[in-house]
Design a protein. Structure first.
Ligand SMILES: Cc1cc2nc3c(=O)[nH]c(=O)nc-3n(C[C@H](O)[C@H](O)[C@H](O)COP(=O)(O)O)c2cc1C
Length: 190
């Protein structure tokens, strides 16, 4: 194993922890709706149901979200990687991403957050907490509703789970590269 010590690695150029599942954060503030891609994200707690996203303060979405105090987290299929790339390379400061990228919006169920069509799952989150870590703010949301596409999900113990034979998640590999999972690689060990 080779070693790179602090000062020798630069994660902006290449990041050994990739690929990771990329999500899209959506916010609505007054009449303005914006979406941004977020690869630094994680589920945090079953009860209450919490999900965290790491957003740099310079992103337009950052202050929008901390003002709106609610947001959506969308999970897109691999086929929609181009949309994820666009959400993550264009700023809502300059472009109306909903209009420009032809995003269709569905009705939210619990909060006033944007629900994009085409995602296989969307979480409606109410602001729970936030803290600045280095150059990103870790923002935690409490999930108030989940939307899921019945055409591509199955059921496990009566809860929706993604059916990999019908849709595959989009993962980010860095530097504009996207990848997905291969259902043939599943090993059922339990
Ligand atoms: C695949 C992908 C993942 C990204 N992940 C993050 C992330 O985790 N956190 C972040 O602050 N920016 C991330 N970005 C960058 C923002 O999505 C990008 O700067 C976006 O244009 C911000 O939009 P906004 O200015 O409308 O908020 C990512 C970009 C891409 C393409």
């Amino acid at each position: 194993m080779k070693v790179l010590k602090r000062g020798e690695f630069n994660f902006r150029r290449g990041y050994i922890v990739y690929p990771r599942l990329v999500v899209v954060v959506g916010v609505k503030l007054e009449d303005k709706i914006n979406f941004m891609s977020v690869v630094w994200n994680s589920p945090l707690s079953f009860d209450p149901p919490l999900y965290g996203v790491s957003i740099a303060p310079k992103r337009y979405t950052h202050d929008m979200l901390l003002t709106a105090m609610e947001f959506s987290i969308s999970f897109f299929p691999y086929e929609m990687a181009e949309v994820v790339e666009k959400f993550g390379t264009v700023s809502g400061r300059e472009v109306d991403k909903v209009k420009e990228f032809g995003i269709e919006l569905l009705e939210p169920a619990a909060l006033d957050v944007p629900i994009p069509a085409g995602a296989y799952a969307v979480l409606e989150c109410e602001y729970f907490d936030h803290k600045l870590y280095g150059d990103h703010t870790w923002i935690v949301g409490e999930i108030q509703a989940i939307h899921y596409d019945e055409r591509v999900t199955g059921s496990r113990y009566n809860m929706p789970v993604l059916d990999f034979d019908r849709a595959r998640p989009v993962l980010y590999g860095g530097s504009g590269e996207y990848i997905t999972v291969d259902p043939r690689s599943i090993r059922k060990l339990r």
